[in-house]
Ligand binder design. Structure first.
Ligand code: GUN
Length: 294
């Protein structure tokens, strides 16, 4: 059976072009250039790449960007002070603190300190809560990117059985909220995780599988129904001596054996990853326009 590859890179490029056009329009009318700030702690390879790509995307969209770096031994107080300054800075429309943070820093405390009106990651409890009840808010970037991809490819979700693998605050939980939301996903949603006893059986019944557990090649062909839609959020760095940077970005889905059974599938890389960054740009544009909050 032929499957269609969902091209996240091309979709993200098209959306970033639309955003850039809108920014040109704003600037031509004397409006303010959207400004995203990113806080990066330490030198984790994955985080460095994400933040570099976020800064690059800002350039592509015509945004201003500011990168604030701290060494891994930064104190919680110093980081909270930085968040406080960004909250107050009228030129900064939105900002993110790249996760994960070093163990000695309470991540939740940092997220809670962010002004929810600038929380373009959608991690603050006010945004999480507003999303859960369908109010205007910042929606976290990966789930929003996945929803945008499904819509872009006209993949129906209404009434479908959707299985989400993983229950993280960043992907699994918000994804489940969006997929059950009226007029958004409208799907029947099952969330499976490391304690689920019937994970394989649930997957086999699914019309849509969204894998976000961070276990390379976890989803195998015996878990996928013929014609299913498979979205792979995994981006684990697996050592690979033949790769020029020494690793291969590996998804949660065993692509080669699963793809022939799918109607649609996302690749890794080039699937969900670029859409996450594109959604952050959408959120930053909304923050610049003060779309959600006065
Ligand atoms: N770490 C992994 N994904 C994300 C994200 O979307 N935002 C932030 N701030 N950190 C992350």
């Amino acid at each position: 059976m032929g499957y269609q590859l969902i091209d996240g890179k091309a979709t993200a490029t098209a959306i970033k072009q639309q955003i850039a056009e809108e920014v040109k329009g704003i600037l031509s009318k004397g409006g303010k250039q959207p400004h995203l700030a990113a806080v990066l702690v330490g030198h984790d390879g994955g985080s460095e790449t994400y933040v570099k790509n976020k800064v690059l995307a800002c350039e592509q969209c015509g945004f201003k960007s500011t990168l604030i770096r701290f060494e891994a031994d930064v104190t919680e107080e110093e980081l909270l002070a930085c968040v406080g300054q960004l909250n107050k800075d009228n030129d900064v429309d939105g900002f993110i603190v790249q996760l994960p943070l070093p163990k000695h820093i309470d991540e939740q405390k940092i997220i809670m300190a962010i002004d929810y009106r600038k929380d373009v990651d959608g991690f603050h409890p006010i945004n999480v809560g507003r999303m859960a009840i369908g109010l205007p808010c910042f929606i976290s970037a990966t789930p929003l990117g996945i929803l945008t991809l499904l819509q872009h490819y006209n993949i129906p979700t209404s009434g479908k059985k959707c299985v989400i693998l993983g229950r993280s605050n960043i992907v699994g939980k918000p994804m489940a909220q969006l997929m059950i939301q009226k007029h958004l996903g409208d799907a029947t949603v099952t969330v499976c995780h490391s304690r689920s006893k019937t994970l394989k059986e649930e997957c086999r019944e699914a019309d849509i599988i969204i894998a976000a557990i961070g276990v390379p090649n976890f989803v195998t062909e015996d878990m996928v129904k013929e014609g299913a839609v498979v979205i792979d959020v995994g981006t684990t760095r697996v050592p690979d001596a033949t790769a020029k940077n020494g690793f291969k970005l590996t998804g949660d889905v065993k692509f080669d054996e699963v793809a022939p059974h799918c109607s649609y599938i996302t690749p890794v890389p080039g699937g969900v990853g670029p859409m996450t960054i594109c959604s952050l740009m959408k959120n930053t544009l909304s923050a610049g326009k003060k779309e959600f909050y006065q």
